[in-house]
Design a protein around this ligand. Structure first.
Ligand SMILES: Cc1cc2nc3c(=O)[nH]c(=O)nc-3n(C[C@H](O)[C@H](O)[C@H](O)COP(=O)(O)O)c2cc1C
Ligand code: SF4
Length: 432
């Protein structure tokens, strides 16, 4: 039972028997949106998506319709699906590709038709072995069914779709690194501006990169109209969205909820069935490990991109991680920093070197060798990575992985300075 009356959109078939097959998809309203889309003019579809105000679900939260409208006018145009999903604690696209691959394929064909692409690529994280298998099997079925390929449903529209497995690098989720990877090169993010993928993307052609969940919303939007989507939620945060709830809750999982009308507290208490063993929330990460942390005083904040942004963090990839009062905040921030250090592609000095220095200082604090001036040193190194330590961070690097590194450490020091100092004073972690 949801907190609001909004019915799920992208997860509505999850849990149905063999939900990944064409048979099940057709029995449950599949490919109706695509048939309708093909009777519309491409611009009308873009207009519906603009009306829906669908924000990208991959992390940056950019309006999908606006992204499509910004494409450079040239042919060919490519559509690339970002199914790399590697932000720690984010596991919603993983579920969508495994449980409802036809919904994604239908969304891909609708988007390709709207933007005039004849070729699309679905880039999926290599570790999603079952997801890859199911998307490929669904694609084969969709070709046979006439939903992909030549003259789709007799409309005259042609589209080829290729499934491409990634090789497990976090950075390949960044859209320009993903494009490099698709081109067969090392996944190095490209410098932008001047050129965003909408202008110069895959093979130098105008390219739309959209997230799996973003595209999975399109069949519903075409069928029900952009206004129906925009009627859910509030402000710019419309529709429903999947939140991956993890950490110290009794029932972690993916929950699709109405945006803006649902709060973090609803997620934790209603969907997550409370904090384990009845403990208290000490802090939580509202949108993936790149996001600055929130304290329990922010649990009543709505799941709204604007409000979370105004409070100094982001909904990001939709991963909400709860930390209870047994959590060592130094260890939590250190673990996240180590992740970034391992995943830095190494092109930019502040990210490559800074992440290593921050991780080393955090290690010595956590393992009892911290020094009194370490907190100032940490803040100084972080300030060199993202000057001003503000949110959103200033960009000193090619992509935003670098400026995201300080988020956890700076949050930890600002919110739990005494706990950091206790590690240094006692020469040990008080949590053992
Ligand atoms: C380091 C890094 C990792 C990212 N990883 C992902 C990812 O795994 N999946 C994703 O959809 N977007 C990811 N993004 C965001 C993409 O660059 C891009 O904004 C997104 O795919 C656009 O799709 P959307 O507009 O539908 O959200 C990442 C960004 C950065 C900087
Ligand atoms: S910020 Fe880090 S991950 Fe991004 S391009 Fe620079 S070195 Fe690579």
């Amino acid at each position: 039972m949801a907190v609001t009356d909004a019915a799920p959109i992208v997860t509505r078939r999850v849990g149905l028997p063999e939900s990944w097959t064409l048979r099940s998809y057709l029995d449950n309203g599949g490919y109706v949106g695509l048939r309708r889309a093909l009777e519309m003019a491409p611009e009308e579809i873009t207009q519906e998506v603009l009306t829906s105000n669908l924000l990208g679900r991959g992390g940056a939260g950019f309006e999908a319709g606006r992204k499509w409208s910004m494409l450079r006018k040239a042919q060919p145009v490519y559509l690339v699906v970002n199914g790399d999903e590697s932000e720690p604690a984010t596991f919603k696209d993983h579920m969508l590709v495994e449980c409802d691959p036809h919904q994604l394929i239908e969304g891909v064909v609708i988007c390709a038709y709207a933007i005039g692409a004849a070729q699309a690529f679905i880039y999926i994280r290599g570790e999603f072995a079952l997801g890859l298998e199911r998307v490929q099997a669904a694609l084969n079925e969709a070709y046979e069914h006439g939903a992909v390929g030549k003259d789709i449903f007799g409309s005259g529209f042609d589209l080829d779709v290729v499934v491409h497995p990634g090789a497990g690098a976090y950075i390949c989720g960044e859209e320009t690194a993903l494009i490099e990877s698709l081109e067969g090169k090392r996944g190095f993010p490209r410098i932008k501006p001047p050129f965003f993928p909408a202008a110069i993307g895959l093979y130098g052609a105008p390219t739309v990169v959209n997230n799996v969940e973003t595209l999975s919303n399109l069949p519903w939007i075409v069928e029900n109209g952009g206004a129906a989507f925009a009627a859910l939620g509030e402000g710019r945060s419309t529709g429903t969205r999947i939140f991956s709830l993890s950490g110290h809750v009794n029932r972690p999982g993916n929950y699709e909820v109405e945006m803006s009308k649902t709060t973090f507290r609803d997620l934790v208490e209603h969907y997550g069935q409370g904090v384990r063993l009845g403990r208290q929330v000490k802090a939580f990460i509202p949108g993936g490990v790149s996001a600055p942390w929130f304290g329990p005083d922010q649990l009543d904040m709505p799941l709204s991109q604007e409000q979370v942004g105004a409070a100094g963090s982001m909904l990001g990839s939709g991963a909400v991680t709860i930390m209870d009062d047994t959590t060592c905040m130094v260890r939590a921030a250190w673990r996240i920093t180590r992740f970034f250090h391992n995943e830095s592609c190494g092109q930019c000095t502040p990210c490559r070197e800074g992440s290593g220095w921050v991780a080393k200082i955090m290690q010595r604090i956590e393992t009892g060798a911290g020094r009194e001036d370490d907190l100032d040193l940490l803040l100084d190194v972080c300030d060199n990575i993202a000057p001003g330590l503000s949110w959103p961070p200033q960009q000193t690097t090619i992509c935003v992985l670098g400026p995201s590194i300080p988020s956890s450490v700076v949050s930890g020091i600002r919110m739990f300075r005494d706990e950091f100092l206790l590690h240094i004073k006692e020469g040990a972690c008080p949590y053992g």
